[in-house]
Design a protein around this ligand. Structure first.
Ligand SMILES: [Zn+2]
Length: 163
């Protein structure tokens, strides 16, 4: 678990995009929503808090059903015709890969909705090999989300396949 209270970058603008980096500790000290996901106890539960907040449901998928992929992102509709996000996450990933892929899938969902919904089956697969760290777009957003949740990762960008 990193201690970002000691991180000199906390609160400073990101070198790539200029958006300030903000740890969950800094957020908590700065009037953050008392019911917000950053009060959750772990990186994974903080991410689940984010996905739940916009009605994305996350399901585990057994290794034999993943075709070697890390995750799949899909959209469905509720009984009331509201759009609902679905993320199917490979169960056999180790913790760090699991949180990185989940953050990336979440970022695709919120930052790349148009491209995602334009995909013929509204279905995107996420590989499990890291790509070069993105300096913009969903991979960079995922990196920021993870940073806020308490994880510094080398890259939160993964290959995508559209279906
Ligand atoms: Zn940035």
């Amino acid at each position: 678990m990193f201690d970002s209270t000691a991180d000199p970058l906390d609160g400073k603008p990101c070198a790539d995009c200029g958006v300030p980096l903000q740890s969950f500790e800094l957020a908590r000290r700065s009037g953050y929503d008392p019911n917000g996901p950053l009060w959750q106890p772990t990186i994974l539960t903080r991410l689940f808090g984010f996905t739940t907040s916009i009605d994305i449901h996350v399901y585990d998928v057994a290794q034999e059903d993943t075709d070697g992929l890390g995750a799949a992102i899909a959209a469905g509709y509720t009984k009331n015709n509201d759009l609902r996000g679905l993320i199917f996450l490979a169960k056999d990933l180790d913790y760090n890969l699991r949180v990185d892929i989940l953050a990336f899938a979440f970022a695709i969902y919120i930052a790349d909705t148009t491209r995602f919904l334009a995909s013929p089956l509204s279905y995107i697969a996420v590989g499990r090999e890291r790509s070069k760290p993105a300096r913009q777009g969903p991979g960079h957003l995922a990196w920021h989300i993870l940073w806020s949740c308490g994880r510094k990762t080398s890259s939160a960008t993964f290959d995508l396949e559209f279906f």
